[in-house]
Structures are given as structure tokens and as C-alpha cells.
Write a protein that binds this ligand. Structure first.
Ligand SMILES: Cc1ncc(COP(=O)(O)O)c(C=O)c1O
Length: 430
């Protein structure tokens, strides 16, 4: 795979005197530090960067063609493997027939009935009073965090939290909230940043499963520390919803004992194979969130056909079939992680479906990812700035519908690659 030279030239070129305003804008943007570094990275790594790939096909076991190469895709968050399930496909058709393909209006004006039905069913599943849907988790944070922490309030954020949380915190900060960072997964560090004037509120934000390593923070201890300081825990469990913990109720349910006294954010776009995000709440908080979340008020909701898909997945999640699917997924993750241990390959995560092999420097991580690709396995090569400079990772996402043969094949390929590319295995990456 090669980076298209015309693409690179167009990015690196200089605007001529007759340049259009768009070209002049590109010229201006090329001076931005981040863009300069990113362009330099693309140029330096040639085809090794494994980004912006094109996928031509994919079957129900995640075998398909990427950039013309036949690969098994280990880079999908469809953890329960329900995306090709005929019941979900029928659900989309049902939704299209009943509601058409459009999303109608901002829900601030009116909602078609299935939104509230899905919100109630999610609440019943997680044993909380209510939930509120957003079209994705990024929009949820962008609306809910500024709504929850206003002028003078404190947002205490775990350092390794997802980018969407940090971006949302900038909106909250612009509205007058004080944003404080604490060392990842460290209840003592959290206790220090919770101190605030009496009248101020404090929301503590943390991922349920760190998206890059697949590790879970000590949510029970973080919640205790937050509680001691009168602060409220807000857990973004995008990667845990439906797949981590007993009954797939997420990373927070077991260590905290209930989701009723925290704010739990779940994703419907990963384990659920659908689209959207939700936050747990009480009816009173739901009304306040509806009144204060700009991304709820000024933007559209989940497209209606996907509400039918979510309802169908909830039917599965509420049935014994969910345990079977979780069993299939866990068996594959356990098989994969014990295979890595046998080969002496250091990894992180594996509590949920994300297992990350820590390679180390950027070039080695990219080389390892490219070699695996050539051997027929796509995994995500994750490098700076998504992780620290020398904390490059091969991020593997196991799905319940990966064949055993594919998992064995990936293990063998990792063994081969680790013999030619030295995996350093540095610490400190989330
Ligand atoms: C922890 C976490 N939060 C939020 C998101 C963004 O989710 P969405 O695609 O629903 O906006 C992701 C995406 O992977 C994530 O890992």
C-alpha cells in the first residue's frame, strides 16, 4: 500500500499567486503545528502508517478485502458480532417501513415514540430510573458535561479519558467550569482535585474501559474517593456496554454495586452493533439535561430505523442468548491472551474484548502492524499522539464471530512478527 503521491503533493505544495481561496486556506493550515507534524509523519512512514484504509468487502466472520488484500479484520468494535444477524437486519427494514429513513426533528420539539421506549428499556436493563439517548457518545459528552458542570463547578478528569471527554470539557470550561486533570486510575490524586468552594459541584469523569489499552480503572475506589468529597462519578463505558462484567452490564456495575448513584454513559455503536449513546439519570435530571444539553437541543437524534435495531439487541440482551454470546466472546479473548502469554508477548487489557500489545517506538509499531497486514490480519497500529511517544500499541479487538481459526492464525502471525520486530512493552499507556 502506498500513499498516493498526488495526495501528498497536494498537501505539501505551495499555493501559487493564482491560488483559489480554498488553496490559500490549505496553505495557511499547513503552518499549523499539528498538521505539519502529521504531514511529516505520513511522508516519512510511506505506506506503513496503516491509516485511512479502504475496505472493499467484509463477511460475517470479519474476513474481507482492505486495500485489495484479503485480511481478517481485528479492528471492529462490533464485539458481540451481531452486525450480520438477520434479526437486526430485519429490524432496520421494519424501522424504515414504519418511520422512513429520516430523523424528523430535534427531539426538543417532538420525539417519535420509540425513543422513550428504548430509554425505558435501557433503564430497566441496567436497573436505573431512566436514561437519555444521544446520537453518539461524542455528542453526548459535548452536551451533557457542560450541562452538568456550570460556572464555578469542577470537572475532574482522569488523564487517560477519551478525547471526546477532553473536547467536551473545553466547552464546559468556556462556560466557566473549572477543569482539573488527575493521574489516571489514582483515587488519591482524585481526592486532591475534588476540593472546591462549598457551593460548587464536582463531576469526576473517567473511562470504564480505557480505549487504547483495554484496561479498566479501579472504579470502585474512584467512586469511594469521589463520594468522600461529595463528588459524582461519570463513567464513559463506551467499550464496556453489553460486553464487560456480569450480564454485560458494563465495567462499573460490579465494582460499584449499582449504577443508581453514578452517571453511566453507554454506547450503542459498539457491542450493540447499532448506533447511539445513552446516559443514566433520574426523571428530574433527564429534564435538566434536555433543557441544558446543546447537542440534544440543536442537533438531530439517532435515525429511527436504528431504534428498531437497539430494541432487537435489547431482546437478545434480556434473553439467555446474551450469556451464550458473552461466553463465545470471553472464550476467544481468553484463548488469545493465554496464547500471547505462552509466546511471551506482553499485552494489556483483555478484561473486555480489547487486547493491546505494547510494541514501543513509532516505527516498530507501524512495521509490526504492516507485517501483520501482509500476513492477512488487520489490527490497529496506535501511535503518538493517541498514546505517549514511546508507547506504540497493536490494538486487537476480538469479536464473538471471529473464527477460532482466525484467532489461532493471528497468534501465529504475532509470534512470527515478534521475532523480527522487537516489542519493547513500555508502561504508562491507556
Ligand atoms: C471511551 C470512548 N468514548 C467515546 C467514544 C466516541 O464514541 P462515538 O463514536 O459514539 O462518538 C469512543 C470511541 O471509540 C470511546 O472509545
Amino acid at each position: 500500500m502506498q500513499v498516493n503521491p498526488i495526495f501528498l503533493r497536494s498537501l505539501n505544495g505551495h499555493a501559487s499567486k493564482t491560488a483559489s481561496r480554498v488553496e490559500q486556506l490549505c496553505e495557511h493550515l499547513r503552518k499549523d503545528r499539528y498538521v505539519r507534524v502529521a504531514l511529516g509523519f505520513l511522508e516519512r512512514t510511506g505506506g506503513d502508517h496503516m491509516k485511512d484504509l479502504s475496505m472493499g468487502s467484509c463477511d460475517k466472520h470479519r474476513v474481507g478485502f482492505m486495500e485489495g488484500q484479503r485480511v481478517v479484520n481485528f479492528g471492529s468494535a462490533n464485539f458481540l458480532g451481531l452486525d450480520f444477524d438477520p434479526r437486526l437486519q430485519d429490524a432496520v427494514h421494519r424501522g424504515v417501513e414504519k418511520w422512513g429513513v429520516h430523523q424528523y426533528s430535534s427531539r426538543t420539539f417532538y420525539s417519535i415514540e420509540p425513543y422513550e421506549e428504548v430509554e425505558s428499556r435501557l433503564a430497566a436493563w441496567l436497573d436505573v430510573e431512566d436514561t437519555l439517548l444521544f446520537p453518539c457518545v461524542t455528542k453526548l459528552h459535548a452536551g451533557a458535561l457542560p450541562a452538568l458542570a456550570g460556572k464555578g463547578d469542577v470537572l475532574a478528569i482522569d488523564r487517560f479519558s477519551h478525547n471526546s471527554i477532553w473536547k467536551a470539557s473545553k466547552i464546559a470550561s468556556a462556560n466557566g467550569a473549572e477543569v482539573r486533570e488527575f493521574d489516571a486510575n489514582d483515587p488519591d490524586a482524585l481526592a486532591k482535585v475534588c476540593k472546591r468552594p462549598k457551593k460548587a459541584n464536582c463531576i469526576v469523569v473517567v473511562d470504564g474501559v480505557y480505549s487504547m489499552t483495554g484496561e479498566t480503572p479501579r472504579l470502585g475506589e474512584l467512586d469511594t474517593a469521589a463520594k468522600q468529597h461529595g463528588a459524582l462519578l461519570y463513567v464513559d463505558d463506551a467499550h464496556g456496554t453489553g460486553v464487560v462484567g456480569p450480564g454485560g452490564k458494563g465495567a462499573a456495575y460490579e465494582p460499584i454495586g449499582s449504577l443508581r448513584d453514578i452517571l453511566y454513559v453507554g454506547s450503542l455503536s459498539k457491542g450493540f452493533s447499532a448506533l447511539g449513546g445513552f446516559i443514566t439519570c433520574t426523571p428530574a435530571l433527564k429534564l435538566i439535561l434536555k433543557l441544558k444539553s446543546d447537542s440534544y437541543i440543536f442537533s438531530g437524534p439517532i435515525p429511527p430505523p436504528y431504534l428498531e435495531v437497539i430494541k432487537q439487541v435489547l431482546d437478545i440482551v434480556e434473553s439467555p442468548e446474551h450469556e451464550c454470546l458473552l461466553g463465545e466472546l470471553r472464550a476467544r479473548v481468553n484463548h488469545f491472551t493465554s496464547g500471547l502469554r505462552q509466546k511471551g508477548v506482553k499485552f494489556r487489557g483483555g478484561i473486555g474484548p480489547i487486547v493491546s500489545i505494547v510494541v514501543g517506538d513509532i516505527e516498530k509499531t507501524l512495521e509490526a502492524g504492516r507485517r501483520l497486514f501482509e500476513l492477512g490480519y488487520y489490527v490497529q497500529s496506535v501511535t503518538y499522539p493517541a498514546v505517549p511517544l514511546n508507547g506504540g500499541l497493536l490494538r486487537v479487538q476480538i469479536n464473538a464471530n471471529h473464527t477460532w481459526e482466525a484467532i489461532e492464525g493471528l497468534l501465529e502471525a504475532i509470534g512470527n512478527v515478534s521475532r523480527c520486530v522487537c516489542f519493547v512493552g513500555l508502561e504508562g499507556v491507556a
